[in-house]
Design a protein around this ligand. Structure first.
Ligand code: C2O
Ligand code: CU
Ligand code: CU
Length: 462
């Protein structure tokens, strides 16, 4: 057609904003001068162009420690490249970590919108420094709508709200604090957990709501923390979607555990709470207050009993099962804290070359003592199973010996995903069809401190 493509210009800028009324303004980085940046809204089948312009200062305001990827002195302190998490996009538009660029430069990327309605998010992905850039505030929400979703009659428009959740360490001065390691053997901190949980740029914000249904798009944009979410009135969320869009049917959940980069779309009904206050909580702490008005306009939204068909993929259709260890050490006497994927470093030759159009299963063998949220670019996948295994047999002989039964995904994990929690002591198996433009993409742990320190690998769609 001759209609111009929708175009967004997203300048990355330094700014200061109050995260709480009792604190001085917090220096941050954001897109278009805010954290989160403006929400990009598009529809299935409607491409959008985004110019990501680096207008940041030339010095980072957070301490640059000696991350392995970040250690080379030749790299500038301020380098960015934006990735849209969960987008089906060609490799040159995906935000390859080494395609970073410096202040004064910009890059325009095309997002074809070739996917079902879902909640995506954009964030920095520059090699070795993503943890600091995202911590500084470089992220925002990206929503895809479609007609099938619209026909369902879910709460929409002003009743459809993204809630980006993240934790920070804040000084009394209002400044962000990022921990620095004092261990010369392990010069980077393996995790960064804050005591202040922020939502959409604020510490314990409130939202005026009407006594009716809302659709909330919960996104964990934290560096390393997971959130255990609940509602103060003790009623369940109605979860309608996960990372890659709607579930087959709504599922009631009293608690939602959300790992970094995971999304949960929920319906919350405030109609029985007119004139009252309801909190969204992480553990026992309120993180958002919903102040429910005494009266509202009539609520014509519905939550249908079925949302969209989710055809379960059959592992027997996979042409290949890749068994990949999470956290395997290299034997070269490197940094003892480095966790590798499949025992390989970022710069090792590409070992994963799925063929376009084929189905594969990837079996993640977590040999560490922690969970890792593993994310693949380009594709959406399904969780096949989790299963406990014998770590000693693995370490001694690289043999996968299961020690318990296979655990299928619960309803909220049985839809389409792009990030999966891999528990310690467990094998986590996913299945996907590798469709899209051939080229180089990445897969990685979404704990940003891990991702920046070798827990990221390239793969090539051929
Ligand atoms: Cu959320 Cu590689 O990205
Ligand atoms: Cu991604
Ligand atoms: Cu990890």
């Amino acid at each position: 057609g001759s209609r111009p493509l929708p175009f967004y210009r997203m300048p990355m800028q330094a700014f200061s904003a109050k995260v709480h009324r009792d604190l001085p303004p917090t220096p941050q980085w954001g897109y278009a001068g805010s954290t989160p940046g403006p929400t990009i809204v598009t529809r299935r089948g409607e491409p959008v162009l985004v110019e990501w312009a680096n207008e940041l200062p030339t010095r980072h305001f957070l301490p640059i420690d000696h991350g392995i990827h970040g250690a080379e002195k030749s790299k500038p302190e301020v380098r960015t490249i934006t990735h849209v998490h969960g987008a089906r996009v060609s490799a040159p538009n995906d935000g390859w970590p080494e395609d970073w660029y410096v202040p004064g430069k910009s890059l325009t990327a095309l997002y074809p919108g070739d996917q079902d309605a879902t909640t995506l998010w954009y964030h920095d992905h520059a090699m070795g420094i993503t943890r600091l850039n995202i911590y500084a505030g470089l992220f925002g929400s990206f929503h895809v709508h479609d007609d099938d979703e619209k026909a369902l009659g879910l709460p929409s428009g002003e009743f459809d709200i993204p809630l980006m959740l993240y934790d920070r360490l804040l000084a009394r001065s209002g400044k962000l604090y990022y921990p620095v390691s004092d261990d010369p053997e392990a010069p980077w901190v393996p995790e960064c957990r804050g005591d202040a949980v922020l939502c959409n740029g604020k510490l314990y914000p409130y939202l005026d709501v009407e006594p009716r249904r809302y659709r909330l798009r919960l996104t964990n944009v934290a560096n390393t923390s997971f959130f255990n979410l609940s509602l103060s009135h003790g009623k369940p969320f109605q979860q309608i979607g996960s990372d890659q869009g709607l579930l087959a049917a709504p599922t009631d959940r009293l608690n939602i555990e959300l790992y970094p980069a995971e999304r949960a779309e929920v319906i919350v009904d405030f109609s029985a709470y007119a004139g009252q206050s309801v909190q969204l909580r992480h553990q026992a702490d309120g993180i958002v207050e919903f102040r429910v008005r005494a009266k509202g306009r009539p609520d014509t939204s519905v939550v249908p009993a079925t949302l969209r068909p989710v055809q379960r993929m059959d592992p027997s259709t996979a042409v290949q099962d890749r068994v990949l260890a999470l956290g395997e050490q290299d034997d070269s006497g490197g940094n003892p804290m480095t966790m590798l994927l499949d025992g390989k470093m970022w710069s090792d030759p590409i070992s994963e070359r799925p063929k376009k159009g084929t189905v594969e299963t990837w079996t993640f063998v977590n040999v560490t003592g922690d969970a890792h949220p593993i994310h693949l670019h380009l594709v959406c996948f399904q969780v096949v199973e989790r299963r406990p295994f014998d770590l000693y047999a693995w370490n001694a002989r690289k043999e996968l010996v299961f020690t318990g039964p296979s655990i299928p995904p619960a309803a909220h994990e049985a839809g389409w995903k792009d990030t999966v929690r891999c528990d310690p002591g467990m094998v986590t198996r996913i299945i996907t069809r590798f469709d899209g433009e051939p080229g180089k993409y990445v897969w990685h742990c979404h704990y940003l401190e891990h991702e920046d320190n070798e827990m990221m690998r390239p793969y090539e769609l051929v």
